[in-house]
Design a protein around this ligand. Structure first.
Ligand code: UDP
Ligand code: MG
Length: 326
């Protein structure tokens, strides 16, 4: 099995030499054990770095041809850099890992083992992350649970450290969406999956490239790319307000008929405000429903992926990579 390890790098000059050393040592070890082929490779994807990252990659490549480089024309963000690497790398199985050695390199050996045992996708799952701040730990935990609640398929406590076999990557190629949230798409692919637990370490060098702003934007991407629940909440809210206005109207009638506290003009002013507000929300919710459908359609996601067929079958086109689907 030829392994490719994809490493997105954004301004990672400080840590790259160490990452390269750790990954080549791992490839040597795995090749020696006969777990992967000798021509397995590492692909560093330079995501438009503004420091010396690319020249470091060039140097690494000159010293060891197994260390390859892919340079994006400008910074496109972690998810796009990752996708570029996954789709461009050669190999029978592709592992994606961050450049900063926070993910345990040794877990790749366990992933390869799972892949050899028949898994097509192996998720790295953080068992502990003692080195991340309490804030990051708690928000991440809550976020993945919220996402699951909103109906997205997510693997809890899994970031983008995973192994995918060639056919899983080819299936991923059939997802042409631009608003990329790989953690939500990969579990949609299906196939046989497995998990490998690991402890998340501290960044080996350099600083985090995910400030709060980027974390929030990735999180928002995750929700809006994989869930129409927020739009449905508008409909629900519209219903509630409409019902509320009905109750208000009944209450106003009751006051008028059975007490002498009725204020002239109050009901005819206030009740319509709530009623119309509710109706408007409801209408926005209905538009939202159609918008959600439109959004799902324009994503042109494959409707199914054939894993295996026995006997002669035709090309369905639904999962043919790169083809347009109707
Ligand atoms: N990264 C990238 N492009 C970006 C931001 C980050 O390729 O625009 C890479 C970065 O080089 C690293 C990975 O994404 O390999 C994860 O970033 P980081 O480790 O800084 O995030 P954290 O672990 O702090 O959440
Ligand atoms: Mg990191």
């Amino acid at each position: 099995m030829r392994l490719a390890i994809v490493v997105p790098c954004f301004n990672e000059e400080a840590v790259l030499p160490r990452t390269a050393a750790a990954l080549t040592a791992l490839l040597d070890r795995l090749a020696q054990a006969g777990a992967v082929a000798r021509d397995s490779r590492v692909y560093f994807v330079d995501d438009g770095s503004t420091d010396a990252t690319w020249s470091v990659i060039e140097r690494l490549h000159a010293a060891d041809s197994r260390l390859c480089g892919i340079k994006l024309s400008r910074n496109r963000g972690h998810q796009n850099a990752l996708l570029a690497g996954l789709l461009a790398a050669e190999g029978d199985a592709i592992v994606s890992i961050d450049a900063d050695l926070q993910d345990d390199v040794a877990a790749i050996a366990a992933m390869v083992e799972q892949a050899r045992a028949g898994a097509d996708i192996v998720f790295g799952v953080r068992a502990q992350r003692p080195h991340d701040s309490a804030f990051k730990r708690v928000t991440a935990k809550l976020f993945y649970r919220l996402l699951a609640l909103l109906g997205a398929q997510v693997v809890l406590d899994h970031a983008d450290f995973r192994l995918m076999t060639r056919r899983a990557v080819e299936a991923l190629r059939a997802y042409p969406e631009v608003n990329l949230y790989l953690r939500g798409i990969v579990p949609l692919l299906g196939f046989r999956t497995a998990q490998v637990a690991y402890a998340r370490g501290a960044r080996a060098a350099g600083e985090s490239k995910y400030p709060l702003r980027r974390m929030l934007s990735l999180g928002w991407q995750g929700v809006t790319s994989h869930s129409a629940v927020p739009l449905r909440l508008i409909t629900a809210l519209g219903f509630l307000v409409s019902l509320g206005s009905l109750a208000l109207a009944l209450w106003a009638i009751w006051i008028r008929l059975f007490t002498d506290r009725a204020v002239p003009g109050w009901a005819s002013t206030v009740v319509p405000i709530y009623f119309l507000g509710g109706v408007q929300l409801l209408c926005i919710g209905i538009i939202g429903e159609y918008l959600a459908k439109t959004y799902q359609e324009v994503k042109r996601r494959p409707r199914f992926i054939i894993e295996q067929a026995l006997g002669p079958v035709l090309q369905t086109g639904a999962d043919a990579p790169g083809e347009s689907r109707g």
